[in-house]
Design a protein around this ligand. Structure first.
Ligand code: NAD
Ligand code: DAU
Length: 355
């Protein structure tokens, strides 16, 4: 079959990437979707079982840092658009192991940019060629005063994770400004939803409440995050990939700020209700622990540029999204158990042995 476009999505076996891959495979049967992922601890092909045999889908195991392999694949597949999500994504891991974050997020992105540029140069592709998915954490931390991050907020990253993402954002802009490669960057707030690795607040806590394990709240639980349902992020990526302007940055967020402790109490009440436990029975699982080093106080995104220019808005309220999310994790205990036990990793070791 001849496809209209051939799109490389990196990090498609991870949390957000799997939602983006699924959306594109289903919504665009006329596109060939190539999912390139290294399958680190965060990559899980179980996230994509429902579409893995689709005729317009191909999975390719590779490291974005491997320039030759990625360049060859892009040439063979005649890639005419890249959506880049592959990254090390967890702040706590970046504090323990910053090198891995610099390697993948900075050098990996640079390697991918260079491979994309060599393919793009001299050819006549339309629209955005390189779409880089980034985070609101590059802007630093906000005080508790109602201010919001806009696209003009200066970068001020604090964690090794956000420093590595900030660096990758600068490289993407440099490739646009220096070589003219059509590139877009988006900076999104905290995502939640199905298939998120249970090291992040929401799935970790749902799983712990399920097993009546302690809930480690950093500091006093006063930090604020701005939460967006992952399906709404995927919808924004689809829209911006097709209609966003090259060279632009768009913030993505749902104007949905929650103090951690309030969110945690809502999660406990929701899990208790759905499991038929007395609501609030698990409040005593809350355990205040030493704060995260350099813990950013507050993130809050102003996404009005995206709303006003491209008409995007979130489709679910936080209450609906959280309820759906809690239900999904409770109904998919086998997925949680496989991920927390690491069973899915030994499966890959067998599958890719010798390669
Ligand atoms: P994730 O950790 O769930 O998934 C990352 C994926 O990248 C995994 O499948 C992993 O195997 C793959 N990967 C890691 N290193 C790789 C490498 N060297 N080569 C190829 N593949 C590699 O991450 P996520 O939460 O889905 O985040 C995806 C992207 O979105 C990241 O770039 C992240 O910075 C950004 N982002 C995340 C959030 C959030 O709330 N999770 C918010 C804003 C932006
Ligand atoms: O803002 C976007 C970012 O959101 C993304 O770029 C990152 O990839 C993603 O991991 C997320 O970063 P956070 O550090 O905000 O997410 P995390 O789920 O780790 O933590 C959310 C808040 O909850 C934060 O204030 C720290 C706190 N927390 C987290 C964990 C894991 C706890 O209190 N206890 C915990 O055990």
């Amino acid at each position: 079959m001849k496809f209209k476009r051939s799109i490389l999505i990196t990090g498609g076996a991870g949390f957000i990437g799997s939602h983006v891959v699924r959306r594109f495979v289903k919504a665009y049967p006329e596109y060939r979707i190539i999912n390139l992922d290294k399958l680190t601890y965060a990559g899980n092909l179980d996230n994509l079982r429902d579409i893995e045999n689709a005729p317009n889908y191909r999975f390719f195991k590779a490291d974005i840092c491997d320039f030759e392999t990625v360049s060859d694949l892009m040439r063979q597949e005649k890639v005419d658009g890249v959506i880049h999500l592959a990254a090390e994504s967890h702040v706590d891991r970046s504090i323990k192991d910053p090198f891995t974050f610099a390697r993948t997020n900075v050098m990996g992105t640079l390697s991918l940019l260079q491979a994309a540029r060599l393919l793009w140069e001299g050819r006549n592709y339309e629209g955005c060629f390189f779409y880089h998915i980034s985070t609101d954490e590059v802007y630093g931390a906000l005080p508790m005063d109602g201010t919001l991050f806009t696209e003009k907020t200066p970068y001020s990253p604090h964690s090794p994770y956000s420093a590595s993402k900030a660096s990758s954002d600068h490289f993407v802009r440099a490739f646009h400004d220096t070589y003219g490669m059509p590139a877009v960057v988006t900076n999104c707030s905290n995502n939640y939803g199905p298939y998120q690795f249970p090291e992040k607040l929401i799935p970790l806590f749902i799983n712990n409440i399920r097993h009546r394990k302690p809930l480690p709240v950093y500091g006093r639980g006063e930090n604020v995050r701005d939460w967006l349902y992952v399906g709404d992020h995927a919808a924004a990526i689809d829209l911006i990939f097709h209609r966003g302007a090259a060279g632009e940055t768009y913030n993505i967020g749902g104007f949905n700020e929650w103090k951690n402790i309030d969110l945690i109490k809502l999660m406990i009440a929701t899990v208790d209700r759905l499991l038929g436990r007395p609501v609030g029975a698990d409040m005593d699982l809350i355990t205040y622990v030493t704060d995260r080093a350099g813990h950013d106080l507050r993130y809050a995104i102003d996404s009005s540029k995206l709303r006003d220019n491209l008409g995007w808005k979130p489709s679910v309220t936080f209450e609906e999204g959280l309820e759906q999310t809690v239900r999904w994790y409770l109904e998919n205990g086998a997925w949680l158990d496989a991920v927390t036990s690491g069973a899915y990793l030994s499966y890959y070791e067998e599958m890719y042995a010798g390669r």
